[in-house]
Design a protein around this ligand. Structure first.
Ligand code: ATR
Length: 273
């Protein structure tokens, strides 16, 4: 029996139990995946106890634990270090290992970067870090970041291929972009829509939203209407879960139409894992 789960605070709206328990059943494994609500001040004590004393094989970590977990892990891989956040942990030889699967999730969902010379990323939070890391790894040569708080975008511009654009100039930065990615919370249920006119965006450009509730955000609806290819956020949520599941259960699961259907009809709320 391999026990796993997701730890967050709050955690009630997490879709991860639905996804991982679907795979446990699909692959006929002896396992369980639970949602654990642990406040940030308790994580440093509780995470090692759960892994070392209470028989858990590993966890996903979500808001607000991804950064704190960096200090709890004994071993952190290059991806988590580059992104500055851990979203997956597992125990091996009594050592707590950490990685980050969000960049993998974003890139798998994007499917291909062929033809992407320039990308405009809106937002500079944790999700933006993973998106930018994935795009850099894939060889995208011109990455523009626009964020309401410019200093946060500046902090992510650690590579010569990255440039920072003022939030007020985000529409001009669409000129020549092959990809637009919204990593802000704007457009999520309960939040205002993202305010950006798409007139400067090329017809062949792709628009990707990492918000998945609603699935078709105002941004994606407007982009689709003018003929751009659109990518919803549900795929990133599903694909980031795959390498985590593989760490714990030894199987890299697939994203089947049945799972997408199950998730879509489960009443998507919130916007995080
Ligand atoms: P995540 O880890 O999901 O990326 P986060 O770290 O809280 O979440 O980042 C949220 C992003 O949405 C930030 O880039 C934030 O901009 P600031 O850095 O200026 O806070 C952006 N965001 C949230 N509300 C916004 C709004 N009303 N207008 C513009 N940007 C907003």
């Amino acid at each position: 029996m391999i026990k796993t789960g997701v730890i967050g605070h709050p955690i009630a709206h997490s879709k991860s139990p639905l996804i991982h328990n679907h795979w446990i059943a699909q692959y006929g494994l002896e396992g369980s995946y639970e949602a654990l609500d642990i406040p940030p001040e308790d994580l440093t004590k509780r995470l090692p106890e759960l892994l070392r004393d209470e028989g858990y094989a590993g966890f996903n970590l979500t808001i607000p634990h991804k950064e704190i977990a960096m200090d709890i892990c004994d071993v952190i891989d290059d991806t988590a270090r580059a992104i500055g956040a851990v979203n997956t942990v597992w125990i091996q030889d009594n050592q707590i290992h950490g990685t980050n699967t969000d960049a993998f999730g974003f890139m798998e969902n994007l499917h291909t970067t062929s033809g992407i010379g320039a990308a405009l990323i809106l937002g500079a939070g944790g999700a933006a870090k993973a998106v930018i890391y994935g795009l850099l790894q894939a060889g995208v040569m011109d990455i523009r970041i626009a964020n309401r708080t410019r200093s946060k975008a500046q902090a992510l511009a650690t590579d010569p291929r990255i440039s920072v654009v003022d939030w007020d100039n985000r529409e001009q930065a669409l000129i020549g972009a092959d990809l637009l990615v919204n990593t802000t919370a704007l457009g999520m249920d309960g939040q205002p829509a993202l305010d950006i006119a798409l007139d400067n965006l090329a017809e062949g450009a792709t628009v990707c939203d990492i918000v998945y509730a609603p699935l078709m955000t105002d941004l994606l609806i407007r982009a689709q209407r003018r003929g751009n290819a659109v990518i919803t956020g549900i795929g990133m949520l599903l694909h980031q879960a795959r390498p985590a599941f593989e760490k714990w259960y030894g199987v890299l699961p697939d994203v089947s139409p049945l799972l997408i259907e199950k998730l879509s009809s489960s009443g998507l709320t919130g916007g995080s894992k």
